[in-house]
Design a protein around this ligand. Structure first.
Ligand code: ZN
Length: 322
């Protein structure tokens, strides 16, 4: 867990930086400034929908308890909900937007659970600003890392309250620039700006694959099961020994959304984002291309294609199968 704080890191952007850090200190000192009640008590129908979406069939969650990782679900704003102006994270984001750091990218999320929630409990959440660190030079451009802390509570009959979960959520709030790893000599036009996926030792094989025209699925060397997204351990047997198989590239549309907002750097909206069931049995998120929203049908066969961004990156996209 972070100790929090407001950390200035070297390079200054003059008065702008001073204002940002002064506001960060002020907002941080407000502590858990805003709280919000869950719209509904913890309830079985919402748990059932979540279990189905996550592919979780643990019987424990059909018997009066909720998965701890649903904490956030209970206190979602809902469609059209807006954070109050005094919300610490919202306020800090506003300060940075006003100073020209208009783009945002989620970087880390760390949740801690104190106990399982039970059906019928009424949850509330508080928000606090945990830390602001910057300015930092990143591949996305110059920016500040903003970490907020959400804490979920259940109120007790005796008037006290019990913490049930907390979450540190870090975003990079940055001044949109041009990707520093774009092909040498290319025009630094804004259209070429692209959000680059995070590559780490768990996901590197996947992006190496797309770069060579292969769609790779992580596999467990111990039990043979396939999984997506990639991760260090097998969710079925816990083994760390892992490899990959190359997918056929064929699948069907499980679901999709028409993404109209928020803006995506370098992209003209709307774009179509699909949840694709691969014939190997895993499900992936990907952009649907070459098709209009009205033409998409659930269950429609699709096949993978690769959109070459530059020498380092190709993104998988999905087209209607021939
Ligand atoms: Zn396994």
């Amino acid at each position: 867990m972070s100790d929090g704080g407001v950390v200035s890191t070297g390079s200054t952007t003059g008065g702008s930086h001073e204002r940002i850090m002064a506001e960060a200190e002020r907002i941080r000192s407000l502590g858990e400034a805003v709280e919000r009640e869950a719209r509904d008590p913890v309830n079985q129908p919402t748990i059932n929908n979540w279990l189905e979406a996550m592919g979780n069939d643990n019987p424990r969650f059909r018997a009066g308890e909720a998965p701890p990782s649903m904490a956030q679900v209970w206190t979602m704003y809902g469609l059209g909900g807006r954070p109050p102006a005094e919300d610490p994270l919202h306020a800090m984001m506003g300060v940075l937007t006003d100073e020209g750091f208009t783009a945002v990218l989620g970087t880390n999320c760390e949740q801690s659970y104190d106990r399982y929630l039970r059906v019928g409990e009424q949850v509330r959440v508080t928000t606090a600003l945990d830390s602001v660190v910057g300015p930092k030079q990143t591949a996305m451009g110059e920016g500040y890392f903003v970490t907020s802390r959400n804490t979920w509570y259940v109120d007790l009959p005796d008037g006290g309250s019990e913490r049930v979960a907390s979450m540190l959520f870090r975003v990079l709030k940055f001044r949109p620039g041009v990707s520093t790893s774009s092909t040498a000599g290319s025009e630094p036009a804004e259209e070429q700006f692209v959000l680059r996926p995070m590559k780490n030792r768990d996901t590197e094989f996947f992006w190496e694959g797309t770069s060579t025209g292969e769609l790779r699925i992580q596999s467990c060397h111990a039990c043979g099961s396939l999984r997506f997204p990639p991760g260090p351990a097998c969710p079925d047997c816990g083994a760390l020994d892992r490899g990959y198989v190359v997918a056929s590239g064929r699948g069907t549309v499980f679901s999709y959304v028409v993404h109209r907002h928020p803006p995506v750097p370098g992209r003209e909206l709307p774009i179509l984002i699909g949840l694709i069931d691969l014939e190997e049995g895993v499900r992936m998120v990907g952009e649907l291309v070459g098709i209009e929203a009205e033409e998409i049908e659930i269950g429609m066969p699709v096949s993978v294609d690769f959109r070459r961004i530059d020498d380092d990156l190709a993104l998988p996209v999905w087209r209607r199968a021939q």
